[in-house]
Design a protein around this ligand. Sequence first.
Ligand SMILES: [Fe+2]
Length: 258
Amino acid sequence: MFNLIEAGERNALMVGLREVEFELEDLPAGFDGFRVLFISDLHIDGMDALAAKLVEIIDSADYDICILGGDYTFKYGREEMVDHSNLKMIAKKLAAKSRVLGVLGNHDMYKVAELLDGIGVEMLINENTSIEKDGEKIHIAGIDDSHYYGTDNLSQADAGIDDISFKMMVGHSPERLVGAQGHGYGLYLAGHTHGGQVCLPGGTQIVRGASLPRRFLKGKWKYGKMSGYTSNGAGTSGIAVRFFCKPEIAIITLRRKA
Ligand SMILES: [Fe+2]
């Protein structure tokens, strides 16, 4: 007999690597072809079998830097009950391969930031950093969770970045796109929505998960001059199932717009 939950659990484990490309104005020439491995919404303690799938993808992926989009845990607000063993294993693997930056999501306690920081993940909690390549530089700012905790501070995250450099925003939710565009960001990477997680055939979201029009809730989008990407996420929340919405890790290739 067909079991809907089991089918949804199988779908939730079908994580794929999605290649995405952005043509970006003002991107320094040295960063043309720069590849960002973007992993959001791991919720890794929610499905034991997910870790092995992710390791397979990470091992074979070719990229320059990894960015983690938050929501590392499944058991919302119960830090003492969370088994972090798979998160630690994956973070160590990523940190051995490249520089890793991360932000916090609405499922994350502050202790997760300490744990990841101890492994070598540079947590951007309303702060920024830069990447240098061939004598050129881009800036990456990360905001704290804007969806549930409301502890994001864009002005603080932006502090000290000069006005002429290319800069990228990482926020767990895409809900700060208006502010990021206003601050002159060229690219905004987000997760949080899981692309709907349980969708109608064709991928239409039933639950939006963020106070934004649907065009900002999955995949590539544009807001004014700023480009954006909202990941479907790697894991699940609530119930560990997916329908018509594939879990993903994205490789985002930056291209300089001619
Ligand atoms: Fe999530």
